[in-house]
Design a binder for this molecule. Sequence first.
Ligand SMILES: [Zn+2]
Ligand SMILES: [Zn+2]
Length: 632
Amino acid sequence: MLRSKPSAQPSTPSHGEGQHAAAQRPIRNYPPQRSPLPSRIQPTRPVVVPTSSLADNSASAIQTPKLKPVATTSQFTSSRVNLRVIPMGGVEEIGENMTVFEYGDDLIIIDMGLAFPDETMPGIDYIIPDTQWLEQNKKRIRGVIVTHGHLDHIGAIPYILPKLGDPPIYTMPLTAGLIKKRLEEFNLLGRSKINTFQKDDVLKLGNFTIRFFRINHNIPDGVGIAISTPVGLVIYATDWKFDHTPVDDRPTEFDKLALYGSEGVLMLMSDSTNATKPGYSTSERELSETIDRIFAEAQGRIIFATFSTLISRVQQVFNSAMKYNRKVIVTGRSMINNIEIALSLGYLKMDPKLIIKTEMAKKYPEKGIVVLTTGSQGEESAALSRIARGEHKTIKIKKGDTVVVSSSPIPGNERAISSVLSNLTREGAKVLYYQNLDIHTSGHAKQEDLKLMIALTKPKYFMPIHGEHHMLVAHAELAKMLKIPDENIFILDNGQAVEFNSAQIGKLVDPHIQTGYLFIDGLGVGDVGEVVIKDRQVMAEDGMFVIIVTVDRKTGKLLSQPEIISRGFIYMKGSDDLIREVKHEVRKLFESKSKSEANYTLIRQTVRDQVGDYLYQKTERKPMILPVVIEV
Ligand SMILES: [Zn+2]
Ligand SMILES: [Zn+2]
């Protein structure tokens, strides 16, 4: 199914809405409120208060600003004194996470991620959210806060930031490093100011006062965000799990979560990726033991494939390499880049001498080598796939190698991974992957942890985020178990909003914000629309069928037999009868028309319809039919 969504359609029910009682409320009939474009004011100067200027570094030193609610005469008369929270992406899919907070004249954005295409989108590299609405309101954007360095949170920055007038970015140091690298690749470095903060800093952007709390994920420097607004405190917790023994030794700040709970939380927005999975998430530490065991048992080389952004996993590989006396060869461009960034910022702890160049490998026994590589999703051009196909410049698989694929497949990639695994085993490698060994632990909280987050923060309202609709619904069910009333749970579609007034009453509204997906194909951003995707789907499924006719400009008569070219539809040589019949039909069509009737647009349409029907009758296939009329 094509995922592209038409622009805002106020009361069209979307997929699966009936599944959840909260969505059955007449919320969509709420009078849609368009933001009256407020008069432009000078952007408020953002202030990052460094920790050192605070009297005490402990969590309790972070003073909640005393913000008085703005008085309004009536509820919901104008969105200017209400807080609106608008997910632009990330609540209908895993990926392209991006959320806007609006109060008065101020907008802040959290994350700008991309999504990966599925098999229904041939040729598409990435998908990013449509940001037309933000482009129209770019003068009001006070800043972009980025939670962590994964592509579903930073990947769209180079595509979107320039369209929004290069607003400043605020993020933690490692995330800043990864963003800078990405901007550099797009030749955009230096346009937006990239501000780094530490987790205890307080950031003031217009009407918003923002604090941070550390959460666990599989990349260091992930933070949750506590946003104090004039109508209340909103907690934004994405891509987190609780891990008491994380690889980076920086556990979740439960004290801050409890503190927010006691201050009073208006709304919690929380990660739904694993909301359907019961139990607690496993600690990275358990995985370390598994990796150690593999290192202890492998008799030859180890080839370890994972995401280049799973810095914690990379750290674990270095730890085990150190322990078992193996040198590390790094291959894959993004793996090399990310290790460089993480090392230079101190997020990877190891002796740089551990890494050796491929050419040096000969000096060491097979048992003394581990190759760290990208390609755990079976990506065609990634190093692991090239190794598996025997196309890698320096690394060839041999008997005795142990290949570890440390990630669970992103839906849609199973086939590609499977064929990489087959190629590797064919070459004699022993392959360990998630189905035969617990070699990956998710970075996202499961049900029991999700409940604990709700219990700690005690929110009045709840909005599940980061997931497909059914995951959000599962998360909502958990919130209901914790006594959050059904009507206080908001399951949104991209572009819808929750609006809170000064009395802290929240409602789901549809502000008619243009949302949808922009497809990125090569250098093109958004130039491949639904029509192009549809064409590609048709061609991929049933091929194409081109009919070329040459006509006399004066008489409108056919000058020669129609020509047929077909690709991916039928084998022409074996289908003489069919081709002859099509040519005959096309001839008849032209001969029945006199010059005066020769409206070629119409004729092309008729040829397309009639030939289409005929081919379907004969083959039950629907190729793309392209009639070409050449006048001479
Ligand atoms: Zn994410
Ligand atoms: Zn993440």
